[in-house]
Design a protein around this ligand. Structure first.
Ligand code: NAD
Length: 499
């Protein structure tokens, strides 16, 4: 059985714990590798080594650090297909979607090339008599990234790019489910010129995460994953004085107004609800048509589209719409929640429970589901399902529709489909959710804006990527300087002109 270990000081390093996690092929259900899980002692040692390496890296000028990112961009593009294949093989998402995962991470690395500009400080000339004041952004030291399974390229890249280019060293603790791509990225960074030790990829579970949280050396923690763990990490990191930003789960609503183009809205819902088997924090999991007529027409348009979805392994070709979910446990949890929906009175319009794929009977495939007449008290409405299950909540009016999204505990993303600018503008202004789409179903901001949810979807300060990331990964120091004048009176340095 293939074993996957750690990346320490620029080398693949065998773990010593004797503890392993299974890495599955989600399409077949087979275990394809064993992942070494680090002990606290291994994590502490890697952190100390990173601290030693950071001193020189932090003192390297930003332009040189940016050049490492430039080269990294080239290398990711060179190895795009290899990265995407490794990603699909462990995550299960389709090959084009895996490339998208790499691409959206790559764009943040491109943004990081602007570090010399983004790290420029501020300067006030003559803040007082003979006094100048300036501020500079300095690296924090050693920081940590703890990342989820669903974007094994994009989210590690969102963490490592800004953290490293700001002059920090980073401990990356990727998901145990699909650890190969983060290790491949670490190797590419070495090839791009990153000094050894500045990025350590340590695989592990709660023991490694707790070692990060309790370390005196780690200065900041960037986490992405489920809400209970995000809150736990935020609280424990803050208790030891660390800077922390922890992004959690989601329940993203799309409001469909009576004046919307319903074909466009239905197409958008199919992609945003079922793409990547619904395993996206920006997936739309709740459709809110306004008015009974809109709801009936929308359901009528959704059903044939859902029935046409092609579900299969990534190896079956680029026309597969989505692949398996990540584990057997994830599949069971989705089917359990579907059952609660039925038991609690929702109408299951498309039933994917008996989905079976010949030759892949043990794979973690889940057929697409569509619920209608879901109400806010149901578990399928309150909880994140993280599977190919779309719930429809019928709203009588725009006010009822926006209230649903306003009152939901999650606040990651949302969308509205309408032809009316006034309604769209009101929605964007009033909604208490971090990322809003207007006739755009998955409003993931581009690299030079920032990404972050509100309410239970995000704990801590500042967002991911964009200018916020440069603030998160640096500290501001402000210097006030007075240079006493006097030399002008004391000496004569002027080249005398002839009288
Ligand atoms: P997860 O919370 O199970 O795991 C995330 C990370 O936390 C992993 O590295 C894991 O090893 C670690 N972890 C898990 N349990 C832990 C524990 N008890 N103590 C300490 N560390 C622990 O999340 P996941 O299943 O990998 O990812 C899916 C979740 O991530 C979904 O809820 C999804 O919405 C969310 N997500 C959010 C965003 C966002 O930006 N808001 C983006 C992607 C995914």
């Amino acid at each position: 059985m293939r074993e996957i270990h750690h990346w320490i000081d620029g080398k693949e390093t065998k773990g010593t714990s004797g503890r392993f996690a299974d890495v599955f092929n989600p399409a077949t259900g087979e275990v394809q590798a064993r992942l070494s899980l680090a002990t606290k002692a291994e994590m502490d040692d890697a952190i100390d080594r990173a601290a030693a390496a950071q001193l020189k890296w932090g003192a390297t000028n930003p332009q040189r650090r940016a050049r490492v990112m430039m080269k990294f961009v080239d290398l990711i593009n060179r190895d795009m297909d290899k990265l995407a294949e490794a990603l699909s093989a462990e995550h299960g998402k389709t090959f084009p979607d895996a490339k998208g995962d790499v691409q959206r991470g790559l764009e943040v690395i491109e943004f990081c090339i602007g570090a010399p500009h983004l790290l420029k400080g501020e300067f006030t000339d003559s803040a007082g008599p003979g006094i100048d004041m300036y501020s500079m952004r300095q690296p924090l030291g050693v920081v940590a990234g703890i990342t989820p399974f669903n974007f094994p390229a994009m989210i590690p890249l969102w963490k490592m790019g800004p953290a490293l280019v700001c002059g920090n060293a980073m401990i990356l603790k990727p998901s145990e489910r699909d650890p190969s791509v983060p290790l491949m990225l670490a190797k590419l960074l070495q090839e791009a010129g990153l000094p050894d030790g500045v990025l350590q990829v340590i695989n592990g579970d709660k023991e490694s995460v707790d070692a990060i949280l309790d370390s005196d050396v780690i200065q900041a923690v960037g986490f992405v994953g489920s809400t209970p763990i995000a809150q736990y990490i935020y609280e424990r990191a803050a208790a030891t004085g660390k800077r922390a930003q922890c992004f959690g789960g989601a329940k993203n609503h799309m409001i469909i107004m009576p004046d919307a183009d319903l074909d466009q809205a239905a197409d958008a819902l199919i992609g945003a609800g079922y793409g990547a088997a619904g395993e996206r924090c920006m997936a739309i999991s709740v459709a809110v048509p306004v008015g009974e007529k809109t709801a009936d027409a929308l359901i009528e348009k959704l059903v044939p589209r859902i029935e046409k979805l092609k579900v299969g392994p990534w190896t079956a070709g680029d026309d597969v719409d989505y692949g398996p979910v990540v584990t057997k446990a994830a599949k069971e949890n989705i089917l359990r929640l579907v059952q609660t929906g039925i038991d609690q009175g929702a109408e299951l319009v498309v039933d994917g429970r008996d989905f079976n794929l010949q030759g892949y009977e043990d794979g973690f495939f889940v057929g697409p589901h569509l619920f209608d007449r879901v109400t806010p008290d149901m578990d399928i409405y309150k909880q994140e399902i993280f599977g190919p299950v779309l719930s429809t909540v019928r709203a009588a009016s725009y006010d009822d529709a926006i209230k649903l999204a306003l009152d939901h505990e999650y606040g990651n993303g949302t969308a509205i489909y309408t032809r009316d600018g006034d309604t769209a503008r009101d929605f964007a202004n009033r909604i208490n959710i971090g990322m809003v789409g207007i006739n755009v179903p998955i409003p993931v901001p581009l690299a030079y804006h920032t990404f972050g949810g509100w309410k239970k979807s995000g704990f801590g300060d500042l967002n991911q990527h964009g200018p916020d990331a440069f603030k998160f990964y640096t500290r501001t120091k402000t210097v006030t300087a007075r240079w006493p004048s006097g030399i002008k009176e004391g000496g004569e340095f002027n080249f005398k002109a002839m009288d």
